[in-house]
Design a protein around this ligand. Structure first.
Ligand SMILES: [Zn+2]
Ligand SMILES: [Zn+2]
Length: 333
C-alpha cells in the first residue's frame, strides 16, 4: 500500500509498504481521509519541533472504515465507520489511575511513535474506535480529533457565556478554538494572525475581529478595554503576548507545540493578574462531544479545510501547510 513515511532528519517519502495486520486487540481501518497536523510539520522540520520514532507513517487525524478485527477485539465490527483516538491510554499508569489519562505515561501515539494514517490502511487499538455517522463528509469527519483536543482545552479554560476571548494563530487549531469559543457564547472572539487568508477564514468560522499583530496592538484597547478573559495560544510561542493581553483573573490555554520556542515571561504579571495557565494538547474524554458537534453540523467547519489532496501528493500538502497558506490539508488515499 502507499504511505507517507517519516525517515528522520526532515526526510518524508511517499512509498510502498506492507499493509498492516491487526494485533489481537486491534482493528485495521481503511482510511477515507486524514488531516495533516501542525505536529506533522514539526516532526518533519530540521531540527524537529516534535519528537517521534522514525521510520513511521505520519498522520493521526482521520476517519475510515474497519476492514479487519483482531481475535480479541470487542465492541467493533467490520464495516463500521469510525474515528480513532490516536493517543491510546494504558489505563494502568499512575496518571491514568489518578483520572488524568491525557498525561498517560505509556501513550504510543499513532502517526508519531507507531504507524499512522497517511496511508491506505492503519492498525489501531479497538478500544480507540468511536463510530461516526455515515453522512458526515470525510474531510469534515477528519477534523474530529483536533476538535476533541480543542474541546478539552476549552473545558480547561472553563469559558463562560459573554466572556471575551483572544486566539493567537488562525491555523486549523486556532480556527477550531474560534468556532468552539463562539459556540460557547464567548464575545467578542478576537483572532491575531499575520496571514490575511487565514484571517478571512477566521471571520467565516465566527470571529468578531481578525487582526494582524500590528492592527491588534493599535486597536486592542478599544476592543478589549479590560483585556481578554480567556486566551488561547494556538501558535506555541505566544505565551508572553497572552499574559500581556489577559484580563484580571483570566485563563490561558497553551496549546501550540514548538519544542524550539523559548519565550521571555514577566512572571510578576501572572501573579498580579492571578492568571491561570493550562498546558493542553490532546483529548480528555472529549471524543463523544466532538463527534456530536461534528454530526450535528452545529459548527461552521467547512471553511477550515483549505486543501484536499491525494496521498501521492502528501509532500505538496505538507509544504502548503508549512508555508502558512493552507489552514487544513486533508489527504484522501
Ligand atoms: Zn493533530
Ligand atoms: Zn496510562
Amino acid at each position: 500500500m502507499l504511505a507517507a513515511v517519516y525517515h528522520g532528519e526532515g526526510v518524508v517519502r511517499v512509498e510502498e509498504i506492507p499493509e498492516p495486520v491487526p494485533a489481537p486487540d486491534e482493528v485495521v481501518v481503511h482510511v477515507e481521509a486524514c488531516g495533516i497536523c501542525g505536529s506533522d510539520v514539526q516532526i518533519a522540520n530540521v531540527p524537529p519541533g516534535h519528537p517521534s520514532t522514525p521510520p513511521v507513517v505520519l498522520g493521526h487525524e482521520f476517519v475510515g472504515r474497519i476492514t479487519a478485527v483482531g481475535s480479541a477485539a470487542t465492541g467493533v465490527e467490520v464495516g463500521q465507520r469510525v474515528i480513532i483516538d490516536p493517543d491510546p491510554k494504558c489505563g494502568a499508569c499512575a496518571f491514568c489511575r489518578a483520572g488524568r489519562p491525557a498525561n498517560c505515561a505509556n501513550i504510543v501515539a499513532l502517526g508519531v511513535y507507531r504507524d499512522g494514517a497517511l496511508a491506505e490502511y492503519v492498525a489501531a487499538p479497538a478500544a480507540c474506535a468511536f463510530p461516526i455517522a455515515e453522512d458526515v463528509p470525510a474531510e469534515i469527519a477528519a477534523l474530529t480529533e483536533p476538535l476533541a483536543c480543542v474541546v478539552n482545552a476549552t473545558n480547561r479554560a472553563a469559558i463562560r457565556p459573554g466572556e471575551s476571548a483572544v486566539v493567537y494563530g488562525a491555523g486549523a487549531i486556532g480556527l477550531l478554538f474560534v468556532a468552539v469559543f463562539r459556540a460557547s457564547g464567548a464575545s467578542p472572539v478576537v483572532v491575531v494572525e499575520p496571514n490575511p487568508r487565514r484571517r478571512a477564514v477566521a471571520l467565516e468560522v465566527g470571529a468578531d475581529h481578525a487582526l494582524s499583530p500590528e492592527d491588534f496592538a493599535s486597536r486592542r484597547a478599544g476592543i478589549l478595554p479590560l483585556g481578554a478573559d480567556v486566551v488561547a495560544d494556538a501558535v506555541g510561542s505566544a505565551l508572553g503576548d497572552a499574559i500581556d493581553v489577559a484580563a484580571m483573573g483570566a485563563r490561558i490555554v497553551v496549546f501550540g507545540m514548538n519544542q524550539n520556542a523559548v519565550v521571555p515571561i514577566r512572571q510578576v504579571v501572572i501573579t498580579e493578574k492571578s492568571i491561570g495557565i493550562f498546558g493542553t494538547y490532546i483529548t480528555h474524554y472529549t471524543f463523544p462531544a466532538a463527534i456530536r458537534m461534528i454530526e450535528s453540523g452545529s459548527l461552521n467547519l467547512t471553511p477550515i479545510v483549505s486543501d484536499v489532496v491525494p496521498l501521492a501528493d502528501a509532500l505538496d500538502g505538507l509544504a502548503r501547510l508549512r508555508s502558512g497558506e493552507a489552514t487544513k490539508v486533508v489527504i484522501v488515499p
